[in-house]
Structures are given as C-alpha cells and as structure tokens.
Design a protein around this ligand. Structure first.
Ligand code: MD3
Ligand code: FE
Length: 205
C-alpha cells in the first residue's frame, strides 16, 4: 500500500480504455518518426537503459552537461513535435492545474530497461502536478518519500493507467523496478511506453 502520508499520489486504473490506448499509441508513434527515440547518457557518462524522446515546447534531456529542459531534440536538432491533443485534454480533465503542460517526456522500456529511484526536480515550480500515462507492458513502480531513505511501496502500472502526483508526492522518490515482458500486446515489438506531462517553465502569472 502507498503510505498515507502520500496524499498526493492518485492512481486512475484503466483511465484509458483499449480504444483510447490504441489511438494515443498511434499519435505517439507518428511523432517518434520525426523525433526518434534515443538512449540518453547520464551526467556520469553511462547510457540509460530507457530510450527517450519528448513532445511539446520543452523536452527533458540528460548528457555530460547535466539534466535540463531544452526546446530541441539532442540528436536531430529539430524542435520537439507537439503534445497529442488527447493528452492535453486529459491534463485539463484530471490534473487540476492552472496552466497547460509544456513538456511530455516519452520513456520506452524494452529488454529489461528500468529506472532507478530518483526525484523529479528539474522543473521551475513544484506546485504544478505531474501526470503519467502507461501504455503496453505492466511496470512495477516504486514510490517512497521526500527523503531517499523513506520507506517505499510497490504499485503496478498497467496499460491505460494514469497517475497524478501533487503535493507531498510531487517530490517523492520513485522509479521503475522492472517491466513484465509480454503482459500486454499493445506495443509493436513489446515493452512499455510511459508518457509524463509536466509544467517545466514557471506558470503564467
Ligand atoms: C512520482 N518515469 O520520467 S512515471 C520519469 O514510468 C519517471 O517512466 C517513470 O519517473 C516511468 O521521471 C514513472 C510516474 C511518475 C512520474 C513523475 C513522478 C511518478 C512520479 C514525480 C514525482 C513522484
Ligand atoms: Fe521521475
């Protein structure tokens, strides 16, 4: 179970039905043709196991210079494609934010890819929520507290699940321990795609 202190963690299981998942995946794959998935390097010089790209005015990147948001794809140099309309609508309906998202990080987990426990701290204003949509194979997601040593709990994120992080959960440590290969037939070639909507810039006003 998620500790009661994490009142800001909201999971909407099956928020997207099969048809909405397929249609969103089509929109994602169309954009990935112009903004290809690539394997980012950590500031320490190790390749991440997750492949990434971004949609929207700003995209999250990591390289030898560090973590940051930037307006262009690091491999092609082109601006990121736009955020799919279905995701902007979902943000409006469930995030409860006063500004639209300006960044959509796309994470592809294939072949044993995982993401270690970390905090998301590269955004200007932590009072904006983060919204995540899972597509494809089920992930074993771990969430802890603001302190790295706080106890953690495990939550499975299946295709079509949406989670919203606000308040005390916004700066919680979290990661993906593993992905259950073959648990979904949504994505061609298998694996899991996670779409994370964020407000990276300061909000208007
Ligand atoms: C909890 N991605 O890209 S999404 C990330 O499934 C990231 O790809 C994971 O962590 C993934 O940074 C988890 C769910 C998520 C996103 C942001 C959070 C959980 C979060 C921010 C704070 C706390
Ligand atoms: Fe994260």
């Amino acid at each position: 179970m998620v500790p009661l202190t994490q009142t800001g963690f909201r999971l909407l299981p099956g928020a997207l039905d099969a048809e909405a998942q397929a249609s969103l995946l089509t929109e994602v794959l169309r954009r990935v043709e112009v903004a290809p998935l690539y394997r980012p390097m950590t500031p320490g010089g190790k390749p991440m196991s997750v492949e990434m790209t971004n949609f929207g005015p700003l995209g999250w990147v990591t390289d030898a210079l560090g973590y940051r948001y930037q307006p262009t794809h690091p491999v092609t140099g082109a601006p990121w494609p736009d955020i799919p309309a279905a995701l902007l609508k979902l943000w409006d309906q469930v995030a409860g934010a006063t500004a639209p998202p300006d960044a959509c990080l796309v994470n592809l987990y294939r072949d044993g890819a995982r993401m270690g426990l970390h905090q998301d701290r590269d955004e200007a204003d932590f009072s904006f929520p983060v919204l995540s949509v899972s597509l494809g194979d089920t992930a074993v997601f771990r969430i802890g507290g603001v302190n790295r040593r706080d106890p953690t709990t495990s939550v499975r994120l299946a295709s079509g699940d949406v989670c919203i992080l606000t308040g005390d959960a916004r700066l919680a440590h979290h990661g993906i321990d593993r992905v259950l290969a073959g648990s979904s037939r949504l994505t061609p070639g298998g694996g899991r795609i996670n779409l994370t909507l964020r407000r990276a810039s300061p909000g208007p006003g």
